[in-house]
Design a protein around this ligand. Structure first.
Ligand code: TXA
Ligand code: MG
Length: 345
């Protein structure tokens, strides 16, 4: 059966039509169902985070490896309430101070914190580990859904395991149609790449995944640098593996137009079908090659269009996707990370 897709007329949870849709979705979550919903980063596939069977169903729907833990989404920036509800465990003074600083600076928003696991979080959510990832999203629909459900919502990105994350309801349907109960369609997401994940359990805070919150801003809020992901942890967290955010097509990048032209010529000479993921200026300079997906000019615009572009060019059946290499701080770190993973074979 096709999964129902409920279009939302606005992001105002008080509007009658939106409120009705949220009540439906919240009822499904409370009943142990699976609901895809928009966040400011990407669409999430949500279930009651305190329900072992419901969260196990997320893994089945996504065909996700059971050893990849889920992010628990909450609707208030309140560490004590999370502790009292058994979402997070007791914190050391240092963990508390760091979490407090980051929550004050970033929540609601695209920052996920890894903290000691609370007693009520099922092992499915934490992949059997003793830590739990928590984030308060800033999308009004996500926040209203968590509030209406009356329970924290565990949600990975709403894509098939290994696919590119969805930034529209249509992307969710393309991956999960018939496998989940409902999709709330709130239009394209704002940021377009996933949240930044920071582990606060160790002696020093560690960046596990670059994302929508910039490393420099996190370091400024903490007053100290973030450690890099560690090999052993990477192995324990498949979301951090190479070839995770991958389209079917191969990816090739260059720093300038001459480099891009050379790749196009080389690939076409080998009989490969080349798709371009570039901004309007670059596309015009290359003679408007087809198929192409036009990205915006700023880092923010590139992030917003990146996954839709990868999906569109994949759907167009290209063998190779060309793009500009991206380097630098801030959002560029997340974009470079996703493009590197998308290129991994
Ligand atoms: O922006 C986002 O973070 C989106 C939206 C829906 O919130 N969610 C998302 O979830 O990207 P997912 O499951 O696709 O990626 C979560 C990442 C994975 O790499 C996972 O391994 C890591 O967070 N993670 C989750 N819990 C963890 C934990 N306890 N320790 C270490 N890493 C964890
Ligand atoms: Mg994901």
């Amino acid at each position: 059966m096709r999964t129902e897709l409920l279009p939302l007329a606005s992001h105002d949870p008080a509007e009658p039509g939106v409120r009705q849709a949220l009540q439906r979705a919240a009822g499904l979550i409370r009943a142990g169902g699976l609901v895809a919903f928009p966040t400011e980063t990407v669409y999430g596939l949500g279930a009651d985070a305190l329900d072992a069977a419901a969260t196990a169903a997320i893994f089945t729907a996504k065909a996700r490896a059971l050893n990849d833990p889920l992010i628990v989404h909450v609707d208030a920036p309140d560490l004590d309430a999370l502790g009292a509800r058994g979402v997070i465990g007791p914190l050391t003074a240092r963990q508390r101070q760091r979490a407090r600083r980051l929550i004050d600076a970033f929540w609601p928003g695209p920052l996920t914190l890894v903290l000691p696991r609370g007693a009520r979080v099922p092992a499915t959510v934490t992949a059997g580990g003793d830590s739990v990832a928590v984030r308060m999203p800033r999308h009004p629909i996500a926040l209203a859904l968590i509030a209406a459900a009356g329970t924290p919502i565990a949600a990975p990105s709403a894509n098939r395991f290994g696919h590119v994350s969805p930034t529209t309801a249509a992307h969710v349907r393309a991956d999960l149609d018939g496998r989940i109960d409902l999709i709330l369609d709130g239009g394209p997401t704002d940021i377009g790449v996933e949240s930044t994940v920071v582990d606060l359990r160790e002696d020093a805070p560690r960046l596990l995944r670059p994302g929508g919150a910039a490393r420099e801003d996190i370091e400024a809020a903490l007053g100290q640098p973030l450690l890099r992901p560690e090999a052993r942890r990477v192995a324990a967290s498949p979301g951090l593996l190479d070839k995770h955010y991958a389209p079917r097509a191969a990816l090739r990048s260059a720093q300038d137009l001459d480099g891009l032209r050379a790749i196009v010529a080389e690939e076409r000479a080998r009989g490969q079908r080349v798709g371009a993921l570039l901004n309007a200026h670059d596309l015009a300079a290359l003679g408007d090659p087809a198929p192409a997906y036009c990205l915006g000019d700023t880092l923010e615009a590139v992030a917003r269009g990146l996954y839709a572009g990868l999906r569109a060019l994949d759907a167009a059946g290209v063998d190779v996707i060309i793009h500009r290499s991206i380097t630098g701080p801030g959002l560029a770190e997340a974009l470079a990370d996703r493009l590197r993973r998308a290129a991994a074979r």
